[in-house]
Design a protein around this ligand. Structure first.
Ligand code: FNR
Length: 347
């Protein structure tokens, strides 16, 4: 059964994967204080080059995109050069790697960049920044339309920087309650201009980012991650969200992106307004390459691919525990179980 995982998969004319196992993006908060990838990060990613595609940990596109300590960026020359060392090491081992482009929107904190927090609407999150409990979330300033145009341009520039840094493409982080997701879910988007109020308007920002990035680096090197089910850093969703995602997916079908990636921690979760699992909802509506994820063992991922529930499986936590996950699977060896203490160091 697992053999299906080891079959090559063409994502686009530009990118062919040697197997159907992706390393999911995993924030580790271990970049330097200048948000530059370190030598330990070079070696951490290099050890995982057997994956069909590595998605980098979420990487911020500009200073006010930051909501967690020591996350890497892709907007300074030093950051580009730091990532170049990572991609060179991964390529030398025969791997491929996309950069996950990130703006956290209202999940940002001025502690990290000394400026204003921005979001779709002036609706704050309750609670405090993880790992830094003394920092309470702020009410964001709603972006003006001019400022939205600048953020879109900053995504395109970050994508260009990622290609300069040697990445094979980028995954736009539109999932998990961060900026793009804040526009998509009406609980965080109460705008009355052309970016809110209707499904088409709520999807506008996501599509503008997708189009700006595709135009800059090519649709075949551009991917998107989405969470149609609001499950993290958002209020519970409802039918308004379903309309937005129905519209968004229909629009994405007109574009030939490298892939669409579900954002979720456990794909067993069901959402009544999506008619069940988020992966099934996406599969029914999206015609391109679909990446499934969310508490799958490789065996379960292989079964899901065989059942055509998605085309590629992304594996997160087991990859933290097993740098040699792919070779262990091929050799039929037992995987080491993940535990949270493993987040303390990169190995
Ligand atoms: C994550 N996840 C995540 N997702 C994302 O889009 N960008 C990111 O930077 C991160 N960072 C991150 C860090 C850590 C420590 C965890 C555990 C998770 C979510 C991740 O990509 C994946 O969707 C989930 O972990 C579910 O997959 P697994 O771990 O069950 O295979």
């Amino acid at each position: 059964m697992q053999d299906i995982l080891f079959t090559p998969y063409p994502l686009s004319d530009d990118v062919e994967l040697k197997n159907r196992i992706m390393m999911a993006p995993l924030t580790r908060c271990m970049a330097s204080d200048e948000l530059v990838p370190t030598q330990a990060m070079v070696e951490y990613y290099e050890r995982r080059a057997d994956a069909g595609l590595i998605i980098s940990e979420a990487t911020i596109i500009r200073p006010d995109a930051q909501g967690y300590p020591n996350v890497p960026g892709i907007f300074t020359q030093a950051q580009i050069e730091g990532w170049r060392k990572v991609t060179d090491a991964v390529h030398a081992k025969g791997g491929k790697m996309f950069c996950q482009l990130w703006h956290v929107g209202r999940v940002a904190h001025p502690h990290f960049f000394g400026g204003e927090v921005v979001g779709a609407s002036a609706i704050g999150l309750q609670g405090t920044v993880p790992r830094m409990r003394e920092l309470t979330y702020q009410v964001p300033k709603a972006l003006s339309t001019e400022e939205i145009a600048q953020v879109v341009a900053d995504y395109a520039k970050a994508a260009e920087n990622a290609i300069e840094a040697g990445f094979d493409g980028v995954e736009i982080h539109g999932a998990n309650g961060y900026l793009i997701d804040q526009f998509l879910h009406h609980s965080a988007n109460q705008r009355t201009d052309e970016y809110g109020g209707t499904a088409q308007n709520r999807a506008r920002f996501a599509l503008e980012v997708v189009d700006a990035v595709s135009q800059r680096i090519g649709a075949g090197r551009t991917a998107l991650r989405v969470s149609p089910g609001a499950y993290f850093l958002l209020e519970p969703g409802d039918e308004q969200d379903t309309h937005t995602f129905d519209y968004l997916l229909n629009e994405l079908n007109k574009r030939t992106l490298a892939y669409l990636h579900l954002g979720i921690f456990d794909d067993a979760m069901e959402f009544d307004y999506l008619g069940g699992k988020a992966s099934a909802y996406l599969r029914e509506r999206y015609q391109g390459h679909l990446v499934g994820v969310g508490s799958y063992t490789p065996e379960q991922g292989a079964q899901a691919i065989a059942d055509k529930r998605f085309d590629i499986v992304a594996i997160g936590r087991p990859f933290i525990a097993n740098p040699d996950l792919v070779s262990k699977l091929k050799a039929g060896q037992q995987l080491t179980a993940y535990s949270e203490e493993m987040l303390q160091q990169l190995y």
